[in-house]
Unconditional design. Structure first.
Length: 376
């Protein structure tokens, strides 16, 4: 078991030294089924967050708990399964949640800004830039952003899914140097500790350097208030780590140590290169409008991060305008990249297979410029 252990590693050093951190706090850490929002726990979390901010780190909070906080006031006895009741609970609970964060940080004279995001706000470039600007300005004004999904208007089809994923997306959006996920469990185990027995105790995993460390791990569901359970935390950690952001998964009760020196919990090492917020958006968040089918030469060129020229395109599907995001696939339909189209569907259709020199002057440019490509 992990209890009491103090861990060190280069990943933990990176998290401890990060100048900007996104801290996600799960429902399980903030709310109780019967009593709703736990204000004492929220105060202890605000203490740890304020401490980290005073040491010079920019902090963005992604706070779950709206649905959990709305149950008791509406006299609901368990987390609802249907969308309408969840939305109603979230609209009641979000008000209480934002008020509680505001009241708690006021003890430090710290102002709180509430940022409620929908999946559309991340999937469209213009909206994405809006959210980025708001977060950035709150930071420069010394206020702490408290982010949540806008559950009252999110539908089953159009939503982030869970706040672990939202937090990884926000970490990239804000250019954060670390992501800290705080839950009711002190880190990752090889199986759900709630299901462990004395004969078969769950084994704590302090460090995840790559997929090999996850072999045999069973990521189970969450508690009665959580949404995604451990599976969504692992997916979030992978999303962040693949884009170069180290992740710490720890218990909210250990927030102090997690935010001070990252000496508790499970640390996930960054595996990929740090992507710009734009490339990350292209790769993971962008809504696509069409497909370009490439010949083998074009697939290889794009793989070397060269611009996509019309000569290498064999077919086009979908309807898009210049500036929309399109998928680039090979002739077997395998996805190889996403990119911003330089031309609209009808123009690309006229350009297919033609070398740049043969095209009319107004079409003599790459169909997708190398700067607008994200390899998958
Ligand atoms: N392999 C595992 N390691 C650790 N916890 C696990 C594992 N599988 C399932 N869990 C459960 O996941 C829960 C945390 O997920 P969840 O309830 O969704 O939290 P949150 O509300 O913080 O998002 C823990 O309480 C734990 O019982
Ligand atoms: N947006 C929802 C929480 C969604 C969610 O992912 O919850 P959790 O698994 O507790 O982080 C709410 O505020 O209730």
């Amino acid at each position: 078991m992990s209890s009491g252990a103090v861990w060190t590693s280069p990943t933990r050093d990176a998290i401890a030294g990060a100048r900007s951190v996104v801290v996600k706090i799960g429902s399980a850490a903030l709310t109780d089924l019967d009593d709703g929002l736990n204000l004492a726990r929220l105060d202890r979390l605000a203490d740890a967050l304020e401490h980290r901010m005073r040491s010079g780190t920019d902090v963005i909070v992604v706070s779950s708990g709206a649905i959990g906080a709305g149950l008791a006031p509406l006299r609901l006895r368990k987390r609802p399964a249907d969308l309408a009741t969840k939305q109603a609970a979230a609209s009641v609970g979000q008000l209480a949640l934002a008020h509680a964060w505001g009241t708690s940080f006021r003890r430090y004279d710290r102002v709180v800004g509430q940022v409620l995001l929908t999946a559309h706000d991340i999937s469209r470039r213009s909206h994405h830039a809006n959210a980025q600007r708001t977060l950035d300005r709150l930071r420069s004004l010394g206020a702490v952003a408290v982010v949540n999904e806008n559950d009252a208007v999110a539908t089953n089809e159009i939503r982030f899914g869970d706040n672990d994923r939202l937090a990884a997306l926000v970490a990239h959006l804000a250019g954060a140097e670390a992501l800290v996920l705080l839950s009711d469990i002190d880190g990752l185990y090889d199986g759900d500790p709630r299901k462990a027995t004395a004969g078969q105790p769950a084994r704590f995993i302090p460090e995840v350097a790559g997929p090999e460390d996850l072999a045999g791990v069973i990521a189970g569901s969450g508690g009665s208030l959580g949404t995604g359970g451990m599976a969504s935390k692992l997916a979030s950690a992978r999303l962040a780590a693949d884009g170069g952001v180290p992740v710490l998964l720890a218990a909210a009760a250990d927030a102090d140590a997690a935010l001070r020196d990252a000496s508790v919990g499970t640390a996930f090492a960054p595996s990929g290169e740090r992507l710009s917020a734009r490339r990350f958006w292209l790769r993971h968040a962008a809504e696509t409008h069409g497909r370009l089918v490439l010949d083998d030469g074009a697939v290889a060129a794009v793989g070397r991060r060269r611009s996509l020229l019309a000569a290498g395109i064999v077919a086009v599907t979908g309807v898009f305008s210049a500036g929309d995001v399109v998928e680039l696939v090979d002739q077997r339909g395998e996805l190889c990249a996403r990119g911003v189209a330089g031309f609209a569907t009808d123009e690309v259709t006229r350009m297919i297979g033609r070398s740049t020199g043969d095209l009319p002057a107004d079409l003599r440019a790459p169909v997708v410029h190398a700067d607008d490509l994200a390899l998958l």
